[in-house]
Design a protein. Structure first.
Length: 421
């Protein structure tokens, strides 16, 4: 059994690795982008102007600068909540409000989430109203921002509080195998949220209207027919209400599956380019990337819960992290706080799998649409979103879910050559 000193030392070791590692990677990314700021990569010289490339570089540098402050801020908060005694204080507050153990646990986690959210608000405000506005992306008003925050808190309370109540109850009532019951509850809740999100949750924040462009709609329906997919509608989301960034996604389960395009994307793309982007999204479903990801996540969550089940009764786990009040909710909260430190070194594995899936989805799009249309669409997205066309290799391995721009374009050009021969 580990001692409290062992837990303490391991926590500090992973804390330092995580914090310094994130800062190091951020500086590497900034250095790589700055070094190539004045030269458009060869693959984009004919499609991206020097001014557009420099805007993307400057936008990336600004985001990295803010990210470094956030890394340091979150690191300080973690120390304050753990070794600094912050969680002990929250426990005493929850104990004064209610004598009911499960209620105390729900309140403890709720107070942490609320305080952490409030303390992070300045970064969110700066990001939207200074950084994003500086580069012409922010369309959000302060009233919309406040409304989103209130809706988020209410939604988290309505959905999260009952879930937390059930989890804490199972941790105490289901015996040593409680983590299997909690895992089953998490699975059911996750599937329910995926089913409910497009129809019941997303409309709380955005307006979704059926696609009005009949020619584009027919083109999309023809693509769905060719690929054997069915959806519950093709919708346009008012993404321009908050941002100038464009995107598209395929969401939902069962009869609630929807195709969603941002209105900013529809405005900037030709019909054949929209079709190519959708073909890419459908490629993820065709290759069962979503299901595979859910299965992998389920196995990892089961493993994580089993580890928590092992740590739960050990006093050293709490003492080593600066906590003097052990409880089911405290164990859950502590574990969720330190878990990101443990998994950070393994981030490249997740990124490798995700980027492989993106290449696979691109090949699917090249087969059922046209690779050249996807190249043009991606280039437009890079330009309109001011995405950096250059990335540090190690930063990309740790953080990027999509392949670097030049690698993605090169792979599609290979697909074009293979179909022409």
């Amino acid at each position: 059994m580990p001692t409290s000193h062992t837990i303490y030392v391991l926590f500090l070791l992973f804390f330092v690795i995580n914090t310094l590692g994130q800062l190091y990677l951020s500086f590497r990314q900034s250095r790589a982008v700055l070094a190539h700021r004045h030269a458009v990569p060869a693959a984009f010289m004919e499609t991206v102007s020097p001014a557009e490339h420099q805007k993307g570089a400057d936008y990336t540098l600004a985001k990295q600068g803010l990210a470094r402050y956030e890394i340091l801020f979150q690191a300080a908060l973690l120390l304050i909540f753990t070794l600094g005694g912050g969680l002990n204080t929250l426990f005493l507050i929850s104990q004064k409000i209610t004598a009911q153990p499960i209620g105390q646990g729900v309140l403890l986690i709720g107070l942490f989430v609320l305080i952490n959210g409030i303390l992070s608000l300045p970064f969110d405000l700066y990001r939207h109203f200074r950084l994003e506005a500086q580069f012409g992306f922010n369309r959000m008003t302060l009233a919309t921002f406040i409304s989103d925050q209130i809706k988020g808190v209410l939604l988290t309370t309505v959905l999260g509080a009952p879930l937390l109540f059930a989890v804490i109850y199972l941790m105490g009532a289901a015996g040593n195998g409680w983590w299997l019951w909690v895992w089953g509850l998490w699975l059911g809740f996750s599937w329910l949220m995926m089913w409910a999100f497009p129809k019941w949750i997303a409309p709380l924040f955005n307006r979704f209207t059926p696609l009005a462009d009949l020619d584009l709609k027919q083109r999309i329906e023809a693509l769905l027919h060719r690929t054997g997919f069915h959806s519950n509608g093709i919708f346009v989301m008012d993404g321009s209400k908050r941002s100038g960034h464009g995107n598209a996604y395929f969401t939902g389960l069962g009869k609630n599956k929807r195709i969603v395009f941002f209105d900013t994307l529809i405005k900037d793309m030709l019909p054949e380019e929209v079709e190519a982007i959708l073909a890419h999204e459908l490629g993820h479903f065709a290759h069962k990337h979503i299901i595979k990801q859910m299965l992998l996540t389920s196995v990892l969550v089961l493993l994580v819960l089993a580890i928590l089940g092992w740590l739960l009764p050990q006093a050293a786990f709490y003492q080593g992290l600066g906590v003097s009040h052990a409880s089911y909710a405290m164990a859950l909260l502590l574990f969720l706080l330190v878990l990101p430190l443990m998994i950070f070194p393994f981030s490249p594995l997740a990124g490798l799998l995700s980027r492989r899936n993106e290449f696979e989805a691109d090949r699917f799009a090249a087969k059922y649409a046209h690779a050249q249309d996807l190249i043009r669409a991606l280039t437009k997205l890079y330009r309109s979103n001011a995405a950096s066309l250059v990335s540090d290799v190690w930063y990309s391995r740790f953080y990027d879910s999509h392949p670097p721009a030049h690698e993605r374009i090169a792979a599609l050009q290979v697909a074009i050559k293979s179909t022409s021969t």
